[in-house]
Design a protein. Structure first.
Length: 320
C-alpha cells in the first residue's frame, strides 16, 4: 500500500522554530539553535517529507535551511509575500506561529515548489560582506550630501568620517575579491561573468552570492526569479502596461547599474537598446529589457561554461 505523502512547514523566529506537518495537522516547537535543529532533522528523516517549506525571515532561516539541505532533505525557502497571499487566498486571515507553519505546509502541498540550490557557508559570508558594502556606500552618500549644509565646526568631522568609510569600503572590496580568488568554482564563474562588457566585479560578486540558481534555470525562470520579467496587467478589454516587480531587489539594483554601463560599452546590449528606442519604447522600458537580456546572456554563459562571444550574441540578436 502506498504511504501518504507528507508536507512540512517551518515558521522561523529568532529563538524558536514552529513545525507543522500535513496531512496530520500536527505542530510542535523546537529552539532555533544547533540542538533544536538536530532534533528537527531526526524527526524529519523519519517522516521523509515530500517538501519542507521555510519562509525567508531576515536571515534567521539561514542556519535551519542550510542544515536541512546538508541532511539531504528537500527544503525550499519561500518569499514571505507569496505565502501571505496564499494564506489570504485560502481564507486564512489570522496569524499565529502554529497557523503560519501549517499554512507553509499547505503551500508546499498545493504549490509543490521545487527545491533549489542553497548558499553554502562561503556564499553566506560573501552575502554578508556584500550587505556590509551596501551599507558603507549608503553611509558615504549620506555623509557627502551633508557637506553643503554643514558648518565649519562640523565639516571636519564629516570629512574624517568619509575618509574612514572610504577606507572601510576598500577593505571590504579587497575581502570580496580575495574570497572569489580563493575559490576555484567561484573564480571560474567570476571570469565568465566579467568577460561580458559592462559586467564588473560588483555584479559578479552579487550574482555568485545572491543567485546560486544562475546557470541552472532557463532564461524565463531566471528573469522571473530576479524580477526582470514583464508581467501582464490585463482585465477584460483593458490591456495594461507590462510591469516588473518582486524578485530579488539587491540583484536587480546592481544589475541596473551594470546595464547602464553595458548600454554604452557592450555592442550587443547597445544595439538592442537602440533598436527598442527606435521602435518607440520608453527609455526606462528599454533599460529594463536590456537588464533582462544581460542577465539571460550571463545565465546562458555560466550554464555552458563559455566566455563572451560578441559575434555569436550579435548574430543571435539578428535572428530573434
Amino acid at each position: 500500500m502506498k504511504s501518504t505523502r507528507c508536507f512540512v512547514g517551518v515558521d522561523v523566529s529568532k529563538a524558536d522554530l514552529e513545525i507543522g506537518v500535513l496531512p496530520e495537522s500536527r505542530a510542535w516547537k523546537v529552539s532555533n539553535d544547533g540542538s533544536g535543529i538536530q532534533q528537527l532533522i531526526d524527526n524529519l528523516v523519519t517522516l521523509s517529507p515530500s517538501v519542507i517549506v521555510i519562509e525567508a525571515t531576515g536571515g534567521y532561516e539561514t542556519l535551519v535551511a542550510s542544515s536541512l539541505a546538508m541532511a539531504q532533505l528537500p527544503v525550499v525557502v519561500i518569499n514571505p509575500r507569496h505565502v501571505r497571499s496564499f494564506a489570504k487566498a485560502i481564507g486564512i486571515l489570522a496569524k499565529t506561529d502554529r497557523i503560519d507553519c501549517l499554512v507553509l505546509a499547505q503551500y508546499g502541498k498545493s504549490v509543490n515548489p521545487e527545491p533549489r540550490p542553497l548558499k553554502d557557508e562561503q556564499a553566506q559570508e560573501l552575502t554578508a560582506m556584500l550587505g556590509r558594502r551596501k551599507q558603507l556606500v549608503e553611509m558615504l552618500t549620506m555623509e557627502k550630501n551633508r557637506i553643503d549644509k554643514a558648518t565649519n565646526g562640523v565639516l571636519e568631522y564629516i570629512h574624517a568620517h568619509i575618509f574612514w568609510l572610504e577606507s572601510q569600503l576598500q577593505e571590504v572590496d579587497k575581502d570580496l575579491h580575495d574570497s572569489i580568488k580563493n575559490s576555484p568554482v567561484w573564480r571560474e564563474k567570476d571570469k565568465i561573468i566579467r568577460s561580458v562588457p559592462g559586467a564588473g566585479p560588483v555584479l559578479s560578486v552579487t550574482l555568485i552570492s545572491e543567485l546560486p540558481e544562475l546557470g541552472i534555470l532557463n532564461r524565463r525562470q531566471i528573469a522571473a526569479l530576479v524580477g526582470v520579467a514583464p508581467l501582464n496587467c490585463d482585465s477584460g478589454k483593458h490591456k495594461g502596461y507590462r510591469r516588473v516587480w518582486g524578485g530579488r531587489s539587491l540583484i536587480r539594483s546592481i544589475l541596473y547599474m551594470a546595464t547602464l554601463s553595458a548600454v554604452r560599452y557592450n555592442p550587443v546590449i547597445r544595439s538592442f537598446y537602440k533598436r527598442l528606442i527606435a521602435a518607440g519604447k520608453k527609455a526606462k522600458v528599454s533599460l529594463t529589457a536590456c537588464m533582462r537580456k544581460l542577465l539571460t546572456i550571463i545565465n546562458s554563459m555560466v550554464r555552458n561554461g563559455s566566455f563572451w562571444d560578441q559575434n555569436y550574441f550579435l548574430e543571435t540578436q539578428k535572428i530573434n
